[in-house]
Ligand binder design. Structure first.
Ligand SMILES: Nc1nc2c(c(=O)[nH]1)N[C@H]1C(S)=C(S)[C@@H](COP(=O)(O)O)O[C@H]1N2
Ligand SMILES: [Mo]
Length: 341
């Protein structure tokens, strides 16, 4: 199979392969310290409760699964081997009651990180309670000693540092789903990345008129085609925003969160993206001359596609090390043109 076939058949829409051997860490980096041996507990709507130590989990029959990882910030990594105990096997032991319709996975985490699935989906997707990755115990950075692996969903459903599995009659949105607008169903083949924007059309129109969105929470803003020269958007939360074809000369997006934002064919000359998060953002066809992109984060960011090429030259400023976060084709494109500091 050629690289093109591989990408065609196995990469969901809008994803690109991470550089070979690269596996970014996303979200929390490490769990807080814990006392005593690690354990995983099942509570909620079940005939019985149960708790297992890591050794007890390892003593159960293990299965091996080869999984394609698809992060919502648009990088994918194919053929990662996990092994562990199928969730179904643990549930078989506690016997969920009829009331159990959702399952929430709760991490050992300072911010009480969690994520959830419909119980039917959890079975259908062959959810794995994983103890090993690529033949080794899972490292703490990767979610060890035990993490959830949910194949065929964006990787935010694959919780690191699993402590509790709760069976619930109603859904309880997880951390990203509740705070960042991540889609609760998370199917990468349907591109279920984000829920729809919370703004009415009237609110959006007023906002675009004012050209001031600094510090605001504006998930999935639709600004496509507008004249927004001099826009002030420092510190704004603009995940999944659509700025395609916009005039954005001199706009300021410092420290803004623009993950997955679309800037296709936008005129961004003299704009500042200092310290902004542009993970998964699309700049193909945009004019990036005199643009400052230093200090940003760039996992899965796109500058060149078959549909368009960003205009980048020596006046476009990047921090050199950040280019490592880009997929190979993107970093080669940028490195050959931009000024790296
Ligand atoms: N406890 C916990 N689990 C988590 C997260 C997190 O922040 N905390 N981030 C999720 C997201 S968004 C992704 S893409 C994957 C990243 O896993 P990795 O760091 O091993 O690549 O973990 C998921 N599980
Ligand atoms: Mo993610």
């Amino acid at each position: 199979m050629t690289q093109a076939d591989l990408q065609h058949n196995r990469l969901p829409p809008g994803q690109q392969l991470a550089a070979p051997g690269k596996w970014p860490t996303v979200g929390e980096r490490l769990p807080p310290p814990h006392d005593g041996p690690w354990s995983v507990q099942i509570t909620g709507c079940a005939q019985s409760e149960a708790v297992w130590t890591i050794d007890e989990l390892l003593a159960l029959p293990q299965i091996r699964q080869v999984v394609d990882i698809h992060c919502v910030t648009r990088w994918s990594k194919l053929d990662v081997t996990f092994s562990g105990v199928p969730l179904a096997q643990l549930l078989d032991i506690v016997q969920p009651t009829k009331q159990a319709r959702f399952v929430s996975f709760v991490a050992h985490s300072d911010r009480g990180h969690s994520t959830s699935l419909a119980l039917d989906d959890a079975f259908k997707l062959d959810t794995l309670i994983a103890l090993r990755c690529q033949g080794q115990p899972i490292s703490a950075e990767r979610g060890g000693p035990v993490r959830v692996v949910v194949p065929r969903r964006y990787f935010y459903k694959s919780l690191k540092w699993l402590r509790r599995i709760e069976l619930l009659p109603e859904d309880r949105l997880g951390f990203w789903e509740a705070t960042a607008g991540y889609h609760n169903h998370a199917d990468p083949w349907l591109e279920q990345r984000y829920i729809a924007s919370g703004q009415t059309r009237k609110q959006t129109a007023a906002l675009l008129q004012s050209r001031d969105m600094a510090g605001q929470q504006l998930l999935s803003l639709n600004a496509a085609g507008h004249d927004l020269q001099g826009l002030r958007a420092d510190g704004a939360q603009l995940r999944n925003a659509d700025f395609c074809e916009c005039r954005l000369q001199n706009a300021s997006f410092q420290a803004a969160n623009l993950s997955n934002a679309a800037f296709r064919n936008a005129d961004l000359r003299h704009a500042s993206f200092r310290d902004a998060d542009v993970e998964g953002a699309d700049f193909s066809g945009a004019d990036l001359r005199e643009v400052d992109l230093r200090g940003g984060s760039f996992l899965g960011t796109t500058f060149v596609t078959s549909a368009g090429t960003a205009r980048i030259d020596h006046s476009t400023r990047f921090s050199g090390p950040a280019l490592d976060q880009l997929a190979p084709r993107q970093s080669t494109f940028v490195a050959g043109r931009a000024s790296l500091e």
